[in-house]
Design a protein around this ligand. Structure first.
Ligand SMILES: Cc1ncc(COP(=O)(O)O)c(C=O)c1O
Length: 424
């Protein structure tokens, strides 16, 4: 049995959904994660005490303004943003990608080329493809056969016509991590901007927008242990230049010019609480080292999560390698865990992905099957997007015991497939 100093018992105690007694294993975290108790309390407190519109003169309304400002500051710390005004809240990542892409379409100018990847979630592809009718030209940065993007393949695509490179920080289907710092360096030296989709990466590692030197970045709160909401970060001077849709009387200032209409304030309060939970985890994994600094607490926390998740995914990949009729897509080599997050996409030869996911469900394990909204990537990996693959996407509250149970179930399914193949 693998040993780790990660405080997994404390972590699991924080999540009510893990303590309902149903012994269900959440391995579909890439589609949305569970929330800790502090998030439930923050949402409830908001609804009970401050369920009013922001911007009023009375105390409850001012409390909403304060809650939004507090969350903005927390998210800025989480991303290492220079200025909380660079953070905007909204419904989800897709609507933010759409908002930024439509604004960029209005100011394309001579630089009309947009570089996309076939590794990405379709939310970060279709939104940009839609700009072709507005004069944009798309260039494709193709994924290699091992399911990774190489910056050496990006270099030849960049030129004085490149407006923007938009790519994921980590693939939601295969888990491969992209060298986004390298992407930004190359794109900037060609005079282009960089838009990062950090939705899948965010629950697994440290984000540092200043170190990465990206220009825009989007996340979904519901993948980072908060309720359904999303947020956008952008460099202040770039956001200020974006011609966003807003009512005439709304000032052309961040973040108001990005936050069109009303969004779900209680979920933003929940996001703030999710980051407080992560800070507390950071204090527990390295007591004293965070010195009360919120950023240090979050960095400790995300680094500890990253190390722990490497143990989980390493164990899963090692055991999967022993099942001869199971194919893992993407990085399988345990020596390359630095290049991936704990998201494992696979098929059992001869059994539809849907049947494997059903078999897991019958054993109280939730995994996803299908195209993971990345049909281009699946095609590139030789998988039919119609039948798809199975995805186990882990989070830091999963355990090695859950991994072993999942392997036992998968092994049994693979064993049936082998028997059937022999019998036929
Ligand atoms: C990598 C990635 N990008 C974008 C999205 C879309 O996010 P949202 O549902 O917040 O629009 C997802 C959702 O799963 C995702 O995994």
């Amino acid at each position: 049995m693998v040993k780790s100093s990660f405080p997994i018992d404390w972590v699991r105690q924080q999540f009510p959904a893990l303590n309902t007694g149903d012994n269900f294993t959440f391995f579909d975290n890439g589609a949305g994660a569970q929330v800790p108790q502090v998030v439930l309390e923050a949402v409830e407190q908001h609804l009970v005490r401050h369920n009013v519109q922001r911007g009023g003169r009375y105390g409850k309304s001012q409390a909403v303004d304060a809650a939004l400002q507090s969350a903005r500051e927390s998210v800025a710390v989480f991303l290492n943003a220079r200025d909380p005004c660079e953070v905007a809240f909204g419904m989800n990542a897709t609507s933010f990608i759409r908002l930024v892409s439509l604004a960029i379409a209005d100011i394309l100018g001579k630089r009309k080329e947009i570089i996309l990847t076939d590794l990405d979630h379709e939310a970060n592809i279709a939104t940009w493809l839609a700009l072709q009718s507005r004069g944009a030209e798309i260039r494709w940065w193709r994924v290699r056969a091992d399911g990774t993007l190489h910056t050496s393949d990006l270099q030849p695509l960049l030129n004085d016509q490149t407006r923007l490179v938009s790519c994921a920080v980590a693939s939601n289907a295969l888990g491969s991590i992209v060298d986004v710092k390298g992407v930004a360096r190359m794109a900037h030296s060609a005079g282009a901007e960089v838009f990062l989709d950090a939705v899948h990466y965010a629950p697994h590692g440290v984000i540092d927008v200043q170190d990465w030197d990206c220009d825009y970045l989007v996340c979904s709160g519901y993948k980072i242990f908060a309720p359904h909401m999303g947020f956008l970060w952008g460099k202040r001077k770039l956001l200020e230049r974006l011609p966003t849709f807003r009512e005439d009387f709304i000032p052309d200032e961040v973040p108001g010019k990005i936050e069109v209409g009303t969004y779900v304030y209680e979920n933003v309060a929940g996001m703030d609480a999710a980051l407080r939970y992560l800070q507390e985890l950071g204090r527990r994994v390295l007591p004293g080292s965070a010195d009360g600094s919120p950023r240090a607490g979050l960095v400790n926390s995300m680094e500890a999560i990253r190390s722990y998740e490497k143990i989980l995914v390493g164990e899963l990949l090692c055991r999967f390698a022993e099942i001869d009729n199971l194919t893992v897509y993407g990085i399988k080599d345990c020596g390359r865990l630095d290049q991936r997050v704990p998201t494992v996409c696979f098929n059992v030869n001869g059994i539809p992905a849907a049947a494997v996911a059903q078999g897991c469900s019958d054993n109280a394990i939730g995994v996803r099957d299908g195209n993971m909204y990345s049909p281009r990537l699946l095609r590139r990996m030789g998988i039919s997007p119609e039948t798809g693959a199975v995805r186990a996407s882990l989070a830091h509250y999963n355990t090695v015991e859950e991994i072993y149970r999942f392997i036992d179930v998968t092994q049994a399914i693979a064993g049936h497939a082998r028997q059937r193949a022999i019998g036929s």
